[in-house]
Design a binder for this molecule. Sequence first.
Ligand code: SAH
Length: 481
Amino acid sequence: MYLVGAGPGDPDLITVRGADVLRRADVVVYDRLSAEALLALAPPGAERISVGKTPGHASAAQADINALLVDKGKAGLEVVRLKGGDPFVFARGGEEAAALRDAGVPFEVVPGITSAIAVPAYAGVPVTHRGVSTSFTVVTGHEAPWAAEETDWEGVARVGGTIVVLMGAATRGAIAERLIAGGMAPDTPVASVQWGTRAEQRTVRTTLAGLGAAPVEAPATIVIGAVAAIDLAWFERRPLFGKRVVVTRARHQASDLVHALRGLGAETVEVPAIEIGEPADGGAALQAAAANVGQFDWVVFTSVNAVGRFVPLLRDARALGGVQIAAIGPGTADALAGFNLVPDLVPEQFVAESLLGAFPAGTGRVLLPRAAVARDVLPEGLTAKGWHVDVVEAYRTIAGDVAPDVLAAARAADAITFTSSSTVTRYLEVAGRDAVPPVVVCIGPITAQTARDNGLTVDAEAEEHSIPGLVDTVVRLMSHD
Ligand code: SAH
């Protein structure tokens, strides 16, 4: 049994240990505020139990949660109890640990990054600062289940330093009055951060006197004190902050694009429009082509997938010794570099037409391992140049299923990126036209044409037809300034 802190919201803010135990969980018991994206880390077959408490019934529910944890723990399952922030900071992890101890269920506590520190940090407010504040006090503004006695707010006011209030959105006016009554100046700076570390993060700056009337909604972390006047904002200033972008690629391929967009502040919705499957013949033709690769003059790779499927089938790399290699673009060339292969030809523009233009005329044999549904431009053009072309099916693209919550997130997104014609058609197949966000960005002219042919309005094509080029284009279209 693991009591795990999930961090304040950004799923990357879980600890390495927390992610590790989550990946091996049989059962995950989670709260409403813990990042649901983290649940995806658990094995697909793991049981996921939500114990989101209904307000006002916290105590009854807590007894049930304790009993549930004891039950699952006694059954010998790997149980992860996932809690927002840190499990022992206003999260009742202590009560759960005590129930486990009393029932003789062994447990481990995996601390988490508490919102009390991380949320101000994401808003650019340091909770301590040299010459400004030498302490910070973390207090709950919602006393019901916590306090054995009422909080001495006047006493808190006298401590000095920074005051961080959790669960204080509803009671903020009364808290401010009592802190002022305790001697704090009415113009003491306040920074309130809602949905910190998430795409919805919003910071409201006010003063103690203005706090009651300021637009503050839960969940908010309220920072009171001189540090709240410091503004080192970075998270909300990133170019794609607050933008939600749909990414359509085979799941195992999406990560470069997703990382780049998230690094710029976007929230990404990954719609696995394409799954990569075995060729119809189970790969027999590809295997045969690999065994006889020495008989070809050229091998032309038009996708990362083709490289990943074909090259590992070579028994001896020297079989490629007399064979020239072409790659359609830098992504494909990178995939080849992963096998220590340097292409002889990469066209300036990463489209079939450009590859054809750069390809020499000749009478020998060209091997073209690719997807079953790819366009015929390339084999036809190469044939016209005199080559004998063998098209061999390297993989098949299959429409994957999309979970309803992913679809809902896609519908509410600001933009979508398409990285190939097949992502366009598959996306429309699996998600439908009404799940296409207002801004459509395509990796290149062919993809854009496919989008237009399918009735979509294309806002931009990437100038450089590559993932970094696509990302630059999204930034150009979507950034705030
Ligand atoms: N154990 C948690 C705190 C649970 S109490 C932790 O260590 O962070 C829940 C309160 O935490 C909320 O009412 C709010 O005050 C604060 N909080 C949690 N997540 C937050 C977020 N993303 N942004 C702002 N405040 C948050």
